[in-house]
Design a protein around this ligand. Structure first.
Ligand SMILES: Nc1ncnc2c1ncn2[C@@H]1O[C@H](COP(=O)(O)OP(=O)(O)OP(=O)(O)O)[C@@H](O)[C@H]1O
Ligand SMILES: [Mg+2]
Length: 310
């Protein structure tokens, strides 16, 4: 089945910025990826295998209930995940499927750069069979075991080398990620943040704003992990999104000095770092902190800092 032949419900299209995970497949009408409703600014994530889909749905529902029940740690997590608009059933390729309606983290971005970073040295959950555990341990070994991070996919807009006003788009999937060692991972992060292609002065300034904002959002997530003792996240990702079109025109230092920082100048409007993929979230064993996730997050922060300060 050609991509264009997927039978999608009216008003939805395939999420073109999907960089990892389960996707539509040309020859398999059963394989469904994320859909986008760009008018509503949301995406639809198909529920995975029954136990995974239910776990993710329960996770989002528990966050929604947390604010009402006064569960503070869970309620605070809502700032770091896509907004949740409830479950929904839709007919795709003539079969009814269940979806989660989530905030589209790329909404409003003209040239969305998106990276999926999977967190933790351990990416198998407590219910995994010995075989699943072995499979997971054999994946992405080169950087996963050292950094507690791996790279299932990304897309980035880069200035075209010959015509810097024009852009090219670079996309890589999991095979690329699996080939990376620690050094390769760091170089790829620099490439993703347009820190190795500083062609113009204003874009260099934009990259600095970008890196500082990514760091700020990562530190907030880390602060949440330091206080919480509720949940452990396995095979979960951070999705880092930014709008390349905003790199060339960061707020002027004059507008910042005058205190006229407009809302649209706030980098949080074009840089979003959020936790995604909660198919393997479990209650924290013995109410311990999630050291596995925090190790990966700490090393991600160090990688971003090293790009900023080099
Ligand atoms: N809220 C979102 N906004 C924008 N893009 C998203 C969002 N959620 C997911 N994506 C895109 O879809 C990709 C896959 O998402 P996710 O990891 O949740 O699915 P998956 O790996 O197929 O899930 P599962 O492991 O539950 O089967 C991400 O890498 C990202 O590109
Ligand atoms: Mg995923």
């Amino acid at each position: 089945m050609a991509k264009s032949e997927q039978e999608l419900p009216e008003g939805f299209r395939q999420l073109r910025t999907q960089v990892a995970g389960h996707t539509f497949e040309e020859s398999n009408a059963e394989a469904v990826g994320l859909l986008q409703d760009s008018k509503a600014g949301c995406v639809l994530k198909p529920l995975g295998k029954p136990e995974c889909g239910e776990r993710e749905l329960r996770f989002y529902e528990s966050l929604a209930a947390a604010a009402a029940s006064g569960d503070n740690d869970l309620a605070l997590l809502r700032d770091h995940v896509p907004r949740f608009y409830g479950p929904l059933k839709l007919v795709v390729n003539r079969r009814e499927r269940s979806f989660l309606r989530l905030e589209d983290l790329t909404r409003g971005m003209r040239q969305p750069c998106v990276m999926d970073v999977k967190m933790g040295k351990r990416t198998w959950d407590p219910a995994s069979s010995p075989n699943k555990r072995k499979l997971e341990e054999a994946k992405y070994v080169l950087c996963k075991q050292k950094l507690g991070l791996c790279l299932p996919g990304f897309q980035v807009y880069l200035p075209n080398e010959e015509h810097p006003k024009e852009t090219t788009i670079l996309r890589h999937g999991k095979d690329y990620g699996k080939s990376l060692n620690v050094e390769g991972f760091k170089q790829t992060m620099a490439l993703f943040f347009n820190a190795s292609t500083s062609d113009s002065k204003s874009r260099r300034a934009g990259t600095e704003v970008l890196l500082n904002e990514v760091l700020r959002q990562l530190q907030e997530i880390l602060a949440w992990f330091h206080r919480q003792r509720l949940l452990h996240f396995y095979a979960s990702s951070l999705l880092i999104c930014y709008d390349y079109s905003r790199l060339g025109n960061p707020p002027t230092s004059q507008s910042l000095l005058n205190g006229h920082r407009l809302n649209e100048d706030d980098p949080a409007t074009w840089v979003r770092v959020r936790m995604i993929d909660f198919a393997h979230v479990y209650p924290a064993e013995q109410a311990l902190p999630d050291e596995n996730y925090m190790f990966g997050l700490q090393s991600l922060i160090e990688v971003v800092q090293s790009i900023l300060h080099r």
